[in-house]
Design a protein around this ligand. Structure first.
Ligand SMILES: [Cu+2]
Length: 198
């Protein structure tokens, strides 16, 4: 038996069913509505972040992150610097294989300019236990104005598969109570003064 063309050459040209047309139209309207509503979700439930994004050379980003960490480091946790930037300042968080670096220590109720980028592959910034997810690409930095509203310890995991060590790619943000932060800062200054006086 040979493959032969159908008897009716234009077999597909049937008039569309009215019900099908109605459903296509409903789906189209819903799609348009949801598209428009993406803006509303910046305000309703604050589900969409409003970050700025800039092109940046990964090497430059690394230099800035290291300089900021050097300036505001207060101690180390498992060989990772804990950085306590002054409120209102620029804070750098760098993603790389396989680490979120450094550990940040912020103060509740204060605003920070968080710069977020990767220096190698694409990573996913996922803040736990809150539901904040950001795609992090090398070559681009997100800049978010961040105001922690809750104190405690927050974990960061990578939620974009990035190779063999992906599951170990974690980080931390400590959010301190305002009094706690000041006491801590005073202790650091005292320690620095003591170290300087020696
Ligand atoms: Cu990753």
């Amino acid at each position: 038996m040979a493959v032969s063309p159908p008897d009716r050459r234009i077999w597909w040209n049937e008039p569309i069913e009215k019900v099908e047309l109605v459903w296509i139209f409903i789906a189209l309207l819903w799609g348009l509505f949801m598209f428009g509503f993406m803006i509303a979700w910046h305000f309703i439930g604050q589900q969409n972040l409003s970050p700025e994004a800039y092109r940046i050379d990964p090497g430059t980003f690394q230099e800035r992150a290291e300089a900021a960490a050097e300036r505001h480091k207060v101690r180390e946790e498992q060989d990772v610097p804990v950085v306590r930037p002054p409120p209102g300042s620029d804070v750098y968080l760098l993603g790389r294989l396989w680490q979120w670096w450094p550990i940040l220590e912020l103060e509740r109720g204060q605003s920070y300019r968080l710069h977020l980028s990767s220096i190698d592959w694409q990573h996913g910034f996922s803040l736990q236990p809150t539901n904040i997810n950001i795609q992090v690409h090398p070559g681009y930095e997100h800049v978010l104005t961040l105001t922690p509203t809750q104190s405690g310890e927050f974990g960061i995991v990578c939620n974009e598969f990035c190779g063999i060590g992906h599951h170990t790619m974690t980080g931390r943000i400590h959010v301190l109570e305002p009094g706690q932060a000041r006491a801590g800062a005073a202790a650091v200054e005292t320690a620095a003064a003591a170290a300087g006086g020696r």
